[in-house]
Structure formats: C-alpha cells, structure tokens
Ligand binder design. Structure first.
Ligand code: NDP
Ligand code: 2IT
Length: 445
C-alpha cells in the first residue's frame, strides 16, 4: 500500500465519526500523493501522520446563567492543529451544529490556508455548540465571559490568537476580549476582529468578502475579463456574504441572491445591500424580510428549490460546509456558470467540486479564496505588536496583494504538477510545502 493510502486508511479508522474532517483530510492527502511519493523524506519522518493529528485538542465545559436564572451548559473547543509556521490562528464558531469533527475539519483547512497567506500563522480553530440566535445581548455576554474564563489559559498573542467565524462577530469578540483582559490584567492582541477603538484593524470586517472577490477578479483578469456586467449568486447573508456582495457591486457586477438557514431571496434587478445590512447586521433578522420590503424580489423557503438553480456567471457560496452538492454543480454547469469561488469553508462537496473542475468551471477552493480574512487578521496582529494602526487604504492594498499572490501561487503550482487549472491541487500542495519544510527543519515534534 502506498504511503498516502496507508495514511488515508488510518485516518478513516481513527476518525470514523468525523465525516467533515475525513472529507477535508482525504482531499488534501489525495493532492499530496504526487509530492510525498517523489521523496522518501516525508514517509521517513512520519510527516503525514503528524500533519493529520492535532498538536493539542482542548474541550471544556461552559456553564452560564440565562435570563430566567436557569443554568445552561455548553461544550467549548479549541483545536491547536499545527504551529510549524507561527502561533495557532483561526476563528471561533458558535453554532448548534458544532462538534469536535467540525472544529477539526476547520482547523485542518486553516493550516494550509494560513500558509497560503504568506504570513507567519499556524492553524487552529475553536467554538461551541452555543446558539446565539434568539439570545439576549446579556445572555451572549455571559456566555462569552464563561467561554473565555476557561479558554484564556490556553491562548496568548504568541501562542494562539482566535477570531470570529459563524456566530462570532464584533459583538462576541468584544465580550471575549474584555474577559481576557480582565483575567490577565493585560491589554494584548490575543484576538483579531477587534473593535476599531481598541486595537482592531481597519478592513478586517470587510476582508474575507473583499478578498474572495479580489482573487476571482485576478482570475478574470488573466482571462482578459472583469466583473463588469457579470451576474453573481451568493449564499449566506453574514459577514462574508455581505462584503463579497459589496465588492462585486463596486466592480460593476450584479448580485441577485442571498440565503440564510430558513430560505433564500432572488432579486433579478440586483440586491439592495442597504436593506440586507439593516436586516442582518442591525436587526439580526431573517432574509425573508427582504421580500416584504422589495416587492419585486422572491423569497423561497429551504427545501423548495435551490439557490444554485438561478442562472449566473459566477457563484460564491458564503454560508457553510457542504451547501453546494453534486446536483447543484450540474445545474450550475448546465446554466453556463463559469466560476465558483468559495467564501465559506468547504461549502462544496468533494464530488461537486470535482464535477465543476472537470466541466470547465474555474473552481477556487476556500482555503485559497477565503484566506483574506485570516490574512488581514495577521495584519491586525502586526499592528498590535507595533502599537500602530494603518489606514483602510493601506490594509486594503495589502489584502489585495495577498489575494493576487495566492492566485498566482496556486495557479503556478497546478501548472508545475501538470494539472493546469486544478486549483484544489495547487492550493493543497502550495499550502503544504511551506508547512512541511518548517516541520522538517524543526525536528520530530
Ligand atoms: P456569519 O455568522 O456572519 O454568517 C453565516 C451565514 O451563513 C448566515 O447567513 C447563516 O444563516 C448562514 N448559515 C450558517 N450556518 C448555516 C447552515 N447550517 N445552513 C444554512 N445557512 C447557514 O458567518 P460568516 O459570514 O463569518 O461565515 C460564513 C462562512 O465563511 C463560514 O463557512 C466560515 O467558516 C467562513 N469564513 C469566515 C471568515 C470570517 O472572517 N468571518 C473567514 C473565512 C471563512 P443564519 O443566520 O440563518 O444562521
Ligand atoms: O475561517 C477563517 O479563516 C476564519 N474564520 C478567520 C480566522 C481568523 O483568524 O481571522
């Protein structure tokens, strides 16, 4: 049995109850076949065995008191996956679907994504099965304080620097930071995505969505094309989706869809982003409210048709994992979609992504295309270290450069391995190489 096959079999055996982690690990391992089978050093040093096993997993109890005075208990996680090239870095997700397998898949992806940014950050991820939906502000605050009361002992500005993800935005980062500062009696850049008056970086809020559009723009540029006049479908209506849409409109494209967990809207004339922001960022409401305000928009409940049925030039899945399935991929191809850029982490199923790639769609995988968020987090860490803050334009320009570099890195790597246009392979190999050489140089750890 080949080295890669042996590792895949072992990962399957040890993690049979973690389908998302298996999916992410197998995809990467398949790409690495050509690299590790050319050079015996990887097998000799057990590099893949070490790569698929987190350096540390922390799981903890999070007890908190709800508004009625009742004690609630949630589960908290932090997976510190790989610190070969820098402190663990990655978001926190608060969503009822969170379990260890989900956090491991996200932490694993983060290793390669962070490597692709070109900045010195290792891979980690955390979160909780806490559901912020329907909770009062005070409940969210008490939960965040309880979560940090345990997490603080495992993180630090040179150790592990969490940030936001699904269900964790500016409000949650504020409560988490406040509790860390109180316990440690130290004002440190231990989280990113902070408020702009207390160490946050300009453009971090926009960075993931903007970065996604910048990398797609670079691909279009290579084709002698641009976003001008392109119709775009976006899923999700959170941080990533909203700022991706904003940049698409700025570059002359038209976004016609958004979703949330209850349903989706289609507005052929082009979405009104002010309405979306009011519903989602201010009122924390449902996307269905959009169609009550804009009468020419259509709302469809989950289960009654798919957002990917809408004919578009470009599709940007920005909600959650495995939301774009093989049947959706077939519909997109049939309707003439030319580009799929992943804003979310692993939003496309493996068979879906291979189908897109094999049928002439430029498929840019999340670990490359959504790296602008964590890249800008690393820029926030730099600003915190030098106790300075850079202008929006400076950070935005650096973000753009990071995304352009990632595009050429994955594009060149795909060509180098005789798979031009295979950005899954390009991203996995390019991300891996830097981490692997750091691991080899640092000895068996
Ligand atoms: P938000 O919490 O701001 O928004 C998430 C959006 O996705 C909401 O519209 C939400 O709908 C929808 N959604 C979440 N879970 C599900 C689900 N199970 N089924 C259907 N819809 C769902 O999160 P972000 O925008 O920050 O994150 C979106 C994606 O981008 C995630 O995959 C995240 O890992 C990834 N990402 C985020 C980065 C960041 O900087 N924030 C960086 C890189 C990647 P509802 O409100 O109904 O729950
Ligand atoms: O998936 C991701 O890259 C994020 N949620 C952002 C992580 C970060 O540390 O900014």
């Amino acid at each position: 049995m080949s080295y890669v096959d042996r590792i895949i079999a072992d990962v399957e055996k040890k993690n049979a109850d973690q389908p998302e982690f298996l999916q992410a690990a197998k995809e990467v391992l398949e790409s690495l076949r050509v690299v590790v089978e050319r050079d015996g050093i990887y097998e000799q040093t057990g590099l893949l065995e070490r790569l698929v096993e987190p350096e540390r997993i922390i799981q903890f109890r999070v007890p908190w008191v709800d508004d009625s005075g009742k004690v609630q208990v949630n589960r908290g996680y932090r997976v510190q996956f790989n610190s070969a090239i820098g402190p663990y870095k990655g978001g926190l997700r608060f969503h009822p679907s969170v379990n260890l397998g989900i956090i491991k898949f996200l932490g694993f992806e983060q290793i390669f994504k962070n490597s692709l940014t070109g900045l010195p950050i290792g891979g980690g991820k955390g979160g909780s099965d806490f559901d912020p939906k329907g909770k009062s502000d005070a409940e969210v605050m008490r939960f965040c304080q309880a979560f940090m009361t345990e997490l603080y002992r495992h993180i630090g500005p040179d150790t592990d620097v969490p940030a936001g993800d699904i269900g964790v935005g500016g409000r949650e980062i504020g409560y988490l930071f406040g509790q860390y500062k109180k316990i440690q009696n130290a004002f440190q850049g231990v989280l990113t995505g902070k408020g702009l008056t207390w160490g946050g970086s300009l453009a971090r809020t926009e960075a993931t969505g903007y970065g996604l559009v910048y990398i797609v723009e670079e691909y279009l540029k290579e084709q002698g094309d641009s976003f001008k006049g392109k119709t775009v479908s976006i899923s999700g209506s959170g941080n990533v989706a909203i700022f991706a849409a904003q940049k698409v409109f700025e570059l002359g494209g038209k976004v016609v869809t958004m979703t949330d967990s209850n349903g989706w809207i289609l507005h052929e004339a082009g979405l009104n982003l002010d309405t979306i922001k009011e519903i989602k960022l201010v009122k924390r409401g449902r996307i269905s409210e959009y169609a009550q305000i804009h009468k020419d928009a259509v709302y469809t409940e989950v289960g009654k048709g798919r957002v990917w049925d809408v004919p578009v030039d470009i599709a940007l899945p920005c909600a959650t994992q495995n939301e774009l399935e093989i049947a959706d991929a077939k519909t997109l191809v049939k309707n003439g979609c030319k580009i799929v850029g992943e804003g979310a982490n692993m939003p496309t199923t493996l068979d879906g992504s291979l189908y897109l790639q094999e049928n002439g769609v430029a498929f840019i995988p999340g670990k490359a295309s959504n790296a602008g968020g964590v890249g800008t987090s690393a820029l926030e860490m730099s600003q915190n270290s030098e106790r300075l803050s850079w202008s929006f334009e400076e950070v935005d320009q650096m973000l753009n450069r990071i995304m352009v570099n990632i595009f050429h890195n994955i594009d060149d790597t795909a060509k180098e391995y005789d798979k031009p246009g295979d950005y899954i392979l390009g991203a996995n190999i390019a991300g891996f190489k830097k981490v692997a050489s750091a691991m080899l140089e640092q000895g068996i750890l």
